[in-house]
Design a protein around this ligand. Sequence first.
Ligand SMILES: [Zn+2]
Length: 149
Amino acid sequence: MTLFTFDDMKKIKRETLGGLVPLELFRSVRLIGMYQGLPMKGKNTTLTVGREIGKSMPVESLEDVLTLFEELKIGIPKIIERTENKIHIVIEDCFCEGLPVNEGNMVCDLEGAILEGALSKIYEGKINIREIKCNVNGDENCEYLIHIS
Ligand SMILES: [Zn+2]
């Protein structure tokens, strides 16, 4: 069932409040609603939700995906290592930057699943993305490791 496409999301007609909502609202949905409010920190849900969003995106290359990720202000992705079947990405200015540190918690799984969904449209074979670092965990950055098999 496709009621809405990604392009539909850009059809905004709000005269007074316009097209932006504050970061604290996005964070509240993500962290209070999903991470805290769902069983298992929302793990299965974030994977499904993120992949669906990623698959709906109009992208044709890795560069498209990374550009869109930044345009949506999720964070600024930079490739730090790339081989034939592995891409290591660091996220600067991630949406989670500045939150209190809670060691043992990595909270940017949905954003990784968005990347995974979007990349699955580009690469043949299976895409597997793993969140390996997160600001909230006390790491210096958020990082993802992508395997293409
Ligand atoms: Zn993060």
